[in-house]
Design a protein around this ligand. Structure first.
Ligand code: S3P
Ligand code: PEP
Length: 432
């Protein structure tokens, strides 16, 4: 489906967003590993999270979707999964594949997991390496790198001490989930801190887990986690599209309610504030061990900045939309140390460079990022490629709000991967 976007005057409204994608995946997995009932409220029902739900049900979990955002899991405990009778399909979801590999490595059975054309080209050795050290056995394409992956799990998973070569929450979470089954203490040390939703949720469900700076330690469990009631905060990655839309349109004010503001995810707010953005967090509270707040955003005049090093993991999914903000900032914005962007649903460095160039913006591609010269006009009057990547598609739709001419974006249905309500909310903010 092609999506045509036309410019808008200003934004003045209030929105609430569907649940956070990372947290929704984890609530399904950890709720299925627990014993007893888990109720999930404000669950994100999107293609990625439904891949996790379907895989868990193929392993014998009892997950029921009551309506779009309400889930009930009759948890049977971590030792009651059954061998799946078919290949498991994570489709487009890296989180599903990598986290489930952690769980599957600790089961006494055979499983095969695959994904769509994009996921079958994304690196998996980073998960296979530590899980193999723990005793799981894996066979994967191209010398053990790519899915489909065959997993010969074991009940004799060993604890490890592991320094991850990249700051990846998916790698860390896979090891933690396997570590739940190990006899003894598993320790993970990251080069920079990645999102810590797995740690927070495991603790909330009763695991013995501690974190300090970039180190996490989990004790293998002899008993089971206990089912809980869980409210998923609104997704800050989804919020960031509308935050940037508000900042770059004139005379705009937007209130976004109940957004997850976990410090490992608020890099986007810190960077935008560094660029001069008027963003306030109000009504802060903690819900099921995750911080939540409302965001009040106003039109702002932005200035260019440099983003690199330890900042990158906390902003990794927001770099495409940050690039749109950078086109309107005064001065140059440079993104460095972000080579990981090349291993997402598409090569996001290449996609941003090519599509912004097409819109008339000067972007210089680098191996690990890009430079954008600010204060540029977005020309429009072209068809942009989404690369079937939801974050590229939605970022281009926000660019279209301030373009001189309409923009078409192809295969726009890929937004269903993380944000099926995007188009509805996009129309709502324009129409007030
Ligand atoms: O753990 C998660 O939920 C995620 C971790 C990040 O990936 P990496 O672990 O590859 O950095 C992020 O890009 C992805 O959208 C979701
Ligand atoms: C990279 C992403 O997700 P995943 O790795 O789960 O496919 C994303 O949502 O931007």
């Amino acid at each position: 489906m092609n999506f045509e976007v036309t410019p808008t005057e200003n934004i003045n409204t209030e929105i609430t967003l569907p649940g956070d994608k990372s947290i929704s995946h984890r609530a399904l997995i950890i709720g299925s590993l627990a014993e007893g009932e888990t109720k999930i409220h404000n669950f994100l029902s999107s293609e990625d999270t439904l891949s996790t739900l379907n895989i868990l049900n193929s392993l014998g979990a009892n997950i029921k979707q009551i309506d779009k955002s309400e889930i009930i899991i009759e948890g049977k405990g971590k030792d009651n999964f059954v061998e799946p009778s078919n290949v498991l399909n994570a489709k487009n979801s890296g989180t599903t594949m990598r986290l489930m590999m952690g769980v599957l490595s600790a089961q006494n059975f055979y499983s095969v997991i695959t994904g769509d054309d994009s996921l079958r080209e994304r690196p998996m050795k980073r998960v296979i390496d530590p899980l193999s050290k723990m005793g799981g056995r894996f066979y994967a394409r191209k010398n053990g790198e790519f899915a489909p992956i065959t997993i010969l799990g074991t009940k004799d998973i060993s604890p490890i001490v592991y320094k991850t070569p990249v700051a990846s929450a998916q790698v860390k979470s896979a090891i933690l989930l396997a570590g739940l089954y190990a006899k003894g203490e598993t320790k993970i040390i990251e080069p920079a801190k990645s999102r810590d939703h797995t740690e927070r949720m495991l603790k909330y469900f009763g695991a013995d887990i501690t974190q300090k700076d970039t180190t996490v330690v989990i004790q293998g469990l002899t008993n089971n986690l206990k089912g809980r009631e869980f409210f998923v905060p609104g997704d800050i990655s989804s919020a960031s599209f509308f935050i940037v839309a508000t900042l770059i349109t004139k005379n705009s004010t937007l209130l976004i309610k109940n957004v997850g503001i976990n410090p490992t995810r608020t890099g986007i707010l810190s960077v935008l504030k560094m660029m001069g953005a008027d963003i306030k967090i109000i009504n802060e509270k903690t819900l099921n061990n995750e911080p939540v707040g409302d965001l009040l955003v106003k039109s702002s005049s932005l200035k260019g900045t440099e983003i690199k090093g330890e900042m990158i993991p906390s902003i990794i999914d927001e770099i495409p939309i940050l690039a749109i903000a950078a086109t309107q900032a005064n001065g140059k914005t440079s993104i460095k140390d972000a080579k990981e962007l090349r291993y997402k649903e598409t090569d996001r460095i290449r996609a941003i460079t090519k599509e912004l160039n097409k819109l008339g913006i000067d972007v210089l591609e680098k191996e690990d990022g890009f430079d954008i010269i600010g204060s540029q006009k977005i020309r429009g009057n072209c068809t942009c490629e989404s690369y079937n990547d939801h974050r590229i598609a939605m970022s281009l739709a926000i660019a279209g709000l301030i373009a001189d001419n309409p923009i078409e974006i192809n295969n726009f249905e890929c937004v269903n991967i993380s944000f099926p309500e995007f188009t509805e909310i996009y129309e709502k903010i324009r129409s007030k």
